[in-house]
Design a protein around this ligand. Structure first.
Ligand code: SF4
Ligand code: FES
Length: 519
């Protein structure tokens, strides 16, 4: 295998990899702004330049320095090369690039949302000069509202063109372009056309500085207050990997989590902003003190039970509910709630696909329960039972089933709807952000998601509710819901795949390296 030496480390590489890619694959850091692994290489920011020595075939393959520094993001790694990213020449370039970028930058970090996760800040600290020598007036640019979700702070832009390339190469919508020339060039949208494609929020993530900002998150929280939990798209069948960012038991934003097999680096705006129902005003999180006792009593008195399991809940929750009902009525009628399909799947230029199935776990519910009726069939059969258990957990109003006055209704749901007041027992359910579990995506991939925040109010995971009711019915101590334990029980009961669930990858959890000082 060919070998390259970077900063004293001999590294094997695959033909076609750039020097920067080889370095990053091996845990060596080279600063970069314009490079992004899924975008074309333009090599315009120049911070990644390094000193490269290579064997010269015209001089007995002796190592000789190449005359100029080379952009490591663009330069293919070659066998025998020796690269220095912190030699005096390379360091001088890094300092010069940082100095140039900061000449016209407003340095408004205290009021910038990107502070704390800004490459300009980080690289100024690691590679910058620390003093300002340029005393000419700064070129200023306007702040501009360029889309439903995106605000452009032109002053802060370093013209890396990642956002323009994203709109050209990933979404294929090309709303962004570079106007002007030289020091006066700037990013803009075409007149009358905002960046409002379904992937628009991703330009906020890939902007390495605070130029593209998320209107929804603006001035909400300093990013260093946020804690993160790896999770999965709770709204569609995509299985897109996400990170829930939260503080003090409140969700503040959702970001994509890299998974090259599923969502690459991206999520749709639908997923990015679709978490708002977690804290929605119409959420019902209070439970009557005796609601669980009433529900358990009604189940014990039932002669025939129907259970509707929502495709919005996890495999573990679905299985525990079905076990509860089958333990009381082995012929219980179990169906899956409505699975909404909106239009067609939409595939973007890069191959990223937005799924039209607006439920995260229809396949997982069918897998967990086995013999399950589709919603229309379940609705036909439900009139013949005396007790109905309904789960919802949809992010908005949903097509609730008709329950007659003579039937007992136990409702386990999140947002208020026409059944909430009607229910004989209402048990508030925790949303996906408040519990752990497994979703199965359109491609039958089972993936874990972790709990981000504690359940709000009296709400509980549907699985915990099922365990509590089972304990009351069986006159036992209730146990605490643990998704891993439930998966083990499911596997023992013959549910396929539950021990091969994929744990979260690329969680980007970074331990602080800040030393604690003794006082
Ligand atoms: S707005 Fe951000 S992503 Fe776009 S060119 Fe400027 S710095 Fe790069
Ligand atoms: S990252 Fe190489 S030139 Fe920008």
């Amino acid at each position: 295998m060919p070998t390259i030496t970077i900063d004293g480390k001999a590294l094997e590489f695959d033909q076609g990899q750039s020097i920067l890619e080889v370095a990053h694959d091996n845990g060596l850091k080279i600063p970069h702004y314009c490079y992004h692994p899924s975008l074309s290489v333009v090599a315009n920011c120049r911070i990644c330049l390094a000193e490269v020595w290579a064997p010269n075939p015209r001089n007995d393959n002796k190592l000789e320095p190449l005359p100029k520094l080379l952009p490591t993001c663009q330069e293919p790694a070659r066998d025998g090369q020796v690269v220095y990213t912190s030699s005096p020449k390379a360091t001088a370039n890094q300092k010069a690039v940082m100095e140039m970028l900061l000449n016209h930058h407003p340095i408004d970090c205290p009021t910038c949302d990107q502070a704390g996760e800004c490459n300009l800040q980080d690289f100024a600290y690691e590679y910058g000069r620390g003093v300002r020598r340029h005393d000419a007036e700064k070129i200023t640019q306007s702040k501009k509202d360029i889309g439903d979700n995106v605000m452009l702070y032109g002053d802060r832009c370093i013209m890396c063109t990642r956002c323009v390339r994203f709109a050209d190469e990933i979404s294929g919508t090309s709303e962004l372009f570079i106007d002007g020339r030289g020091a006066k060039e700037y990013i803009d949208v075409f007149p009358g056309i905002g960046i409002n494609n379904e992937l628009s929020g991703n330009v906020i993530d890939i902007c390495p500085v605070g130029a593209m900002l998320d209107k929804d998150f603006m001035f909400q929280q300093p990013v260093w207050f946020l804690k993160t939990a790896p999770s999965i798209d709770p709204l569609t069948s995509s299985g897109d990997n996400i990170m829930i960012e939260h503080n003090k038991n409140k969700v503040y934003r959702v970001k994509p989590r890299k998974n090259l097999e599923i969502n690459q680096y991206w999520i749709t705006d639908e997923v990015r902003y679709g978490w708002k129902f977690v804290h929605d005003e119409s959420r019902v999180t209070e439970m009557n003190e005796d609601a669980e006792l009433v529900a358990a009593d009604k189940l014990q008195q039932a002669t025939k039970i129907a259970l509707l399991v929502s495709p919005m809940i996890s495999c573990e929750d679905a299985w525990l509910l079905s076990q509860l009902v089958r333990s009381i009525d082995s012929d219980g009628i179990i169906g899956i709630g409505p699975v909404s399909v909106v239009g067609e799947d939409k595939t973007f230029k890069s191959g990223f696909t937005m799924r039209n199935e607006k439920a995260p776990n229809a396949r997982g519910v069918r897998r967990a329960i086995g013999d399950v009726l589709e919603y229309e069939e379940w609705k036909k059969q439900v009139s013949g039972v005396d007790t109905v258990v309904v789960t919802g957990n949809y992010p908005e109003a949903w097509d609730t089933p008709a329950i007659s006055d003579s039937q007992t209704l136990i409702l386990i749901d999140t947002l208020a709807n026409n059944l909430t007041q009607r229910a004989d027992a209402f048990l508030p359910a925790a949303t996906w952000a408040e519990k752990a579990g497994t979703f199965e995506n359109y491609d039958n991939k089972l993936q874990l998601f972790e709990r981000a925040i504690h359940p709000l109010g009296d709400s509980q995971a549907e699985g915990q509710i099922a365990m509590n009711l089972q304990a009351i019915v069986g006159d036992m101590e209730s146990t605490v819901f643990n998704a891993a334990t439930v998966r083990r029980r499911m596997a023992d009961a013959g549910v396929a795949g539950m021990l091969d669930v994929e744990p979260p990858q690329n969680t980007n959890r970074v331990d602080t390296d800040m030393p604690l000082s003794e006082v």
